[in-house]
Design a protein around this ligand. Structure first.
Ligand code: HEC
Length: 136
């Protein structure tokens, strides 16, 4: 499981998953995770990748069925779409970069321009991850 977590953490922070993989994850969650309870309260949660991974492990223990690859996609989808909110006015550069998928090692203006999050649509997708409360 450790391998899976670090692998998908990498994917979470440095790659924008293609839309097809997203749909896949959503369909898998709907199919796999709604067998025993509704998804309403599950999808109100916002958890880190590690916490989603632990929850999914717990659900496997309770009898959730699927392949390792399915569960990897499920964790990936949940962490990406139901991850913790980042307080924009309080977050460290690292937290903000992680949430917006801006690579940390930006060496040139070209790097910055090619950051996926800086294309309008991609940042729109991340809207729910951002909390604009004023700093205290
Ligand atoms: C085999 C039945 C089963 C399946 C399939 C299942 N769950 Fe659960 N889940 C449960 C049970 C039972 C509880 C209630 C646990 C409790 O009350 O402590 C629960 C509770 C939860 C909770 C609340 C736990 C908490 O601590 O907040 C979350 C979140 C959750 N499930 C997510 C999922 C996800 C994501 C999937 C798909 C990977 C899934 N479940 C699939 C049985 C299942």
């Amino acid at each position: 499981m450790k391998g899976i977590v670090s692998c998908f953490l990498t994917a979470l922070f440095w790659c924008a998953a293609p839309a097809a993989a997203q749909d896949d994850g959503k369909a898998l969650v709907e199919r796999t995770c709604s067998k025993c309870h509704s998804l309403t309260s599950t999808l109100k949660q916002r958890n880190t990748a590690e916490a989603w991974s632990a929850i999914v492990d717990d659900m496997i223990g309770r009898g959730a069925e699927g392949s390792d690859a399915d569960f990897e996609k499920i964790i990936n989808y949940l962490a990406k779409n139901f991850g913790p909110r980042v307080k924009v006015n309080k977050a460290s550069a690292q937290e903000l970069a992680g949430a917006l998928e801006i690579p940390l090692a930006i060496k040139s203006f070209e790097d910055l321009k090619s950051a996926p999050a800086l294309e309008g649509k991609n940042i729109e997708d991340k809207k729910d991850r951002l909390d604009f409360a004023a700093p205290q």
